[in-house]
Design a protein around this ligand. Structure first.
Ligand SMILES: [Zn+2]
Length: 305
């Protein structure tokens, strides 16, 4: 893959962790952190911690027994007999997990930097949760049961679970007079797909992001189900075994249309286009997805009026 030709897009797009990256982070932590004892957790940005009880000091001395994923939430199990405890983390848009083989000696202090939360392990390693940008949405929860986290409790079915069949997807879409792009990103409908992979899924399905979910035929739903599962499995496979620090560049390199406005579509060569919204943008290929017709960019057309 000639990655050097993709530097333009790589410099511009924001990499937001979605299901494949969180899955890879969970796998990474299973290899590195499970079995280790937590020395202590340090809160560097008070707003990050969304729960008050139990206190973070409750993590100290506990062994990490598991690392898993719920949608885009990362879950470290630090429970012991009769005292369940989960450290649930949502990296949100600007958040990331940075693994460190050797943690610095000085404690994490509230400050202006990106550091939000730090976990030190008994062998001197550990990880930092960092958040770039001004919209602070990174969230950490300390709970007995992950289902106590409202965002976890609300999650729709996981698209990589065995039970996610074409029939299940058909049931989720039936009667929804909502654009398919928005529906795919809705965590209460399907867990784990965000802005990037919904663009990728719709491109692979050759489907307009503005199609109404309720209008899809049984064949459309079956094709969509196939590309959802394939796209996510491929992304998980690409990320497998990568260190936490390498996941962002791998994600960027694997994207075909997302974040690639102005570049040629790798399938047909048409120019990838974009529709902008207040808080985000979507990318698509007109030839592959909309019969060659560019979609109206509402923000742009409003500005031109
Ligand atoms: Zn195309």
């Amino acid at each position: 893959m000639p990655r050097r030709f993709r530097s333009r897009a790589q410099g511009r797009i924001e990499v937001v962790p979605e299901l494949p990256e969180v899955e890879a982070l969970a796998a990474f932590l299973r290899g590195r952190a499970v079995g280790r004892v937590i020395e202590r957790a340090e809160v560097a940005a008070i707003s990050v911690l969304k729960t008050y009880q139990p206190d973070v000091t409750e993590l100290s001395g506990r062994t990490i027994t598991g690392a898993s994923r719920h949608g885009k939430f990362l879950d470290l199990d630090a429970g012991r007999d009769g005292a369940p405890l989960h450290l649930v983390m949502h990296l949100a848009r600007g958040g990331w997990l940075r693994w460190r083989e050797a943690m610095p000696d000085e404690p994490a202090r509230p400050g202006k930097g990106p550091l939000a939360f730090r976990v030190r392990l008994d062998d001197g390693s550990g990880f930092d949760l960092t958040e770039a940008g001004t919209k602070k949405r990174l969230a950490v929860y300390l709970v007995a049961d992950p289902a106590e986290v409202p965002g976890v409790a609300r999650l729709g079915p996981d698209p990589l679970a065995d039970g996610f069949t074409t029939e299940v997807l058909a049931g989720l879409l039936a009667g929804r007079r909502t654009q398919i792009k928005g529906l795919l990103r809705d965590q209460s409908v399907i867990a784990g797909i965000g802005n990037a992979y919904s663009d990728e899924v719709l491109h692979a399905a050759r489907m307009s992001p503005f199609r109404l979910a309720a209008g899809l035929s049984a064949d459309d739903v079956a094709a969509l189900h196939d590309v959802i599962v394939t796209t996510l499995h491929e992304a998980v496979a690409r990320s497998a075994g990568l260190a936490a620090g390498d996941l962002k560049s791998e994600k960027k390199a694997g994207l075909r249309v997302h974040g690639r406005t102005g570049e040629p579509c790798p399938v047909c060569g048409d120019t990838v286009r974009e529709v902008s919204f207040a808080d985000s943008s979507l990318q698509y290929c007109p030839t592959c997805q909309t019969g060659g017709k560019p979609l109206a960019d509402r923000r742009l057309s409003r500005l031109l009026k």
